[in-house]
Write a protein that binds this ligand. Sequence first.
Ligand code: PGA
Length: 255
Amino acid sequence: MRKPIVGGNWKMNRGTPENAREMLDELIPKVKEMKDVDIVIAPPFTALSVASILKVTNIKLGAQNMFYEEKGAYTGEISPLFLRSLDVEYVILGHSERRNIFNESNELINKKLKVALSMDFIPIVCIGEHLEERKAGKTKNVIKEQMEGTFKEITKKEMEEIIIAYEPIWAIGTGETATPEQAEDAHIYVREILTEKYNDNTANRVRIQYGGSVKPHNAKKLFEKDNIDGGLVGGASLEADSFASIIKAAQETSN
Ligand code: PGA
């Protein structure tokens, strides 16, 4: 059985340690009994010092991005070594905002992914289609192409460490969620590709989160689907109440 995983992607919000801590002080007691779900928060780099208060909790720390070199002349980039020194365990790679606003290609994400794996981070790799692509019936082609490029030369053993977040771009931050059926169909397709590339066993092991306007009122219906193993949450992860209800929905649907 796959353990669900709920991630809070804070994006460019709650970026001071005080602001992050305020939310976590509320969240920690609300979720401390929820053992059947993995919980991750990914604050901005400037708030990663909250690692110290997460240490004794069941909440893990993630980064929203990282570079593939350890050091050097890369103005504005963050080294995996710096993240390691801050007790970061997870790293989100290839978020659609990185792909679209910062032109990150599958090739670049693949490079980062290999480094993340070699340094024992748990990568959360995002894929998903634009609205026009969905309307044109190209969702599967997009998923396939992104997976081929992003997971190039990734071994079976490595693949089983990776978490995939299927996030249709038209659902991100728009309040428009994919229906549980639409999300489930996409997740089934992701598993088909994993079966083709690796085998059934690997396809069944990889956890696939859904992301895109996951909210307390829709989380349970999404997480109840067989192939949806939790969610990657943006807006609703910024407040303790809403994030805790989503985590609870994952806990309740965990088997
Ligand atoms: P949202 O963001 O929940 O605000 O739609 C999800 C994401 O971008 O990961």
